[in-house]
Design a protein around this ligand. Structure first.
Ligand code: GLU
Length: 464
């Protein structure tokens, strides 16, 4: 980790390291929050006490289970399922499910930890949790995906509920998977409980704008950051990493607000399209056909070129990017919307060298601590995901509200609420950073505001 923690906090961080050996992503998420507690570690010691930090860093409940299922060829497969119910001080546990081969306890714990403070920042009554499996949906048939989801829910159902724990999607879990998960839940409990999951389809209890919410929200947040310094997205060149749900709707909103997205990526590489990405083609390739990005480049014509992963990125054209990948594409605004630790120091250096103005995270913890330090040092406007990508879970909370009142709102009304929530999170970050002597520092603002609200509620509810 690039910086030492405050003397009051370092021993507590060392204890977290010793108690959770080998969980590097979880360590990183805890470190980032503890680093932001520095401004209050001296003069608001009630928030930096071990009694509260120790509890905040220990999930309330961690569930690990076997997920057996049978392939189309008749082979038995065993995956590992997780649900980490991290913190319920502010409401029922809330957070997505991730299906990806990299999933392990460290990753689910980091995501659940971050989710707790993100959900706090939204101002909605939701606690923090996260789950998923090391299942790899890539290359699996419809039948296999359905059987896996049904087996996963056959264990998960006993742990979730409208007032207990409300899962949603994340990487590898979209509308299709949520449909299979909801169907199996309903079948087991024999009740139509819309409030048990969010991200549902529109005809069966879902909310308008939930699909678009994380990407749209990230762009609203970036727009508000620029407005704070008298700038706008109009005419800006934007690079968005990823090409999943978050990235696609970030591209859509950037284009609506006058910017041009000139690059995006997937695990096979990235595409640069100097005319601006063709969103209809991108949606068709990624969402409908579930194809690689090279297919986009092939069908788009001469304005687009595909750079395969591991080819040295832009270096393949002779310049040598030293591992910067998509971040070597010159831009004004960069939105990492793929996955954790996808923007390393080399990427941050390339962005700074090319004069980037703003980085806002659409993914969870995509920027490594070294890269964050480089961006902040260079005076780049930088928003951590727990603030800038909170629009997804905030709209999940709006879905819960609609389910509870058996109501369904229109698109414009729901989008207006999302925009208002992102504006409020932005204000909270700015005001908190100002109050604690770090003007313009969104990391300090987001972490402090998110943390203090959870800590206050925990103190009020006693040692539980
Ligand atoms: N997985 C999303 C996140 O990281 C959304 C969670 C939800 O809607 O519950 O915030």
């Amino acid at each position: 980790m690039p910086e030492k923690l405050h003397a009051n906090l370092q021993p507590m961080f060392d204890a977290v390291l010793a108690r959770n050996p080998g969980e590097s992503e979880f360590h990183q998420a805890v470190y980032e929050v503890m680093l932001s507690l520095t401004p209050i570690a001296g003069h608001r010691p009630e928030y930096a006490q071990w009694s509260i930090l120790k509890r905040i860093c220990e999930p309330e409940r961690q569930i690990i289970f076997r997920v057996p299922w049978v392939t189309d060829a008749g082979e038995v497969q065993i995956n590992r399922g997780f649900r980490v119910e991290f913190n319920s001080a502010l409401g029922p546990y809330k957070g997505g499910l991730r299906f990806h081969p990299s999933v392990n306890l460290s990753i689910i714990k980091f995501l659940g930890f971050e989710q707790t403070f993100k959900n706090s920042l939204t101002g909605m009554p939701i606690g923090g949790g996260k789950g998923g499996s090391d299942f790899d949906p890539k290359g699996r048939s419809e039948g296999e995906i359905m059987r896996f989801c049904q087996s996963f829910m056959t264990e998960l159902y006993r742990h979730i509920g409208e007032y207990t724990d409300v899962p949603a999607g994340d990487i590898g879990v979209g509308g299709r998977e949520l449909g299979y998960l909801f169907g199996q839940y309903k079948r087991i409990v024999n009740r139509w409980e819309a409030g048990v999951l969010t991200g549902k389809g529109l005809s069966w209890g879902g909310s308008r704008v939930r699909t678009e919410a994380t990407g749209y929200g990230t762009v609203f947040f970036a727009r508000d950051m620029l407005a704070e310094v008298g700038e706008s997205l109009d005419g800006k060149r934007v690079v968005v990493s990823g090409s999943g749900n978050v990235a696609i709707y970030a591209v859509e909103k950037i284009h609506q607000l006058g910017g041009t997205v000139i690059a995006c990526s997937d695990s096979s590489g990235f595409v640069v399209d100097e005319h601006g990405l063709d969103l209809d083609l991108l949606k068709d390739v990624k969402e409908v056909r579930r194809e690689r990005l090279s297919v986009y480049a092939d069908e788009r014509g001469p304005s687009a070129r595909f750079v395969p992963a591991g080819s040295g990125g832009e270096g393949s054209s002779g310049s040598g990017d030293g591992g910067a990948g998509i971040w070597a594409v010159p831009c004004d605004v960069a939105l990492p919307c793929a996955t954790q630790n996808e923007l390393p120091a080399a990427g941050a250096k390339a962005l700074v060298k090319n004069g980037v103005r703003l980085v806002a995270e659409g993914a969870n913890m995509p920027t490594t601590p070294d890269a964050v330090a480089i961006l902040r040092e260079a005076g780049v406007l930088y928003a951590p995901g727990k603030a800038s990508n909170a629009g997804g879970v905030a709209t999940s909370a709006l879905e819960m509200q609609q389910n509870a009142s058996r109501d369904s709102w229109g698109f414009e009304e729901t989008e207006a609420r999302l925009e208002e929530i992102m504006g409020a999170i932005h204000r909270t970050c700015v005001e908190t950073a100002d109050r604690y002597g770090h003007p313009g520092d969104y990391v300090v603002g987001a972490n402090l505001a998110g943390y203090m609200k959870v800590a206050d509620a925990m103190v009020a509810q006693g040692v539980i």
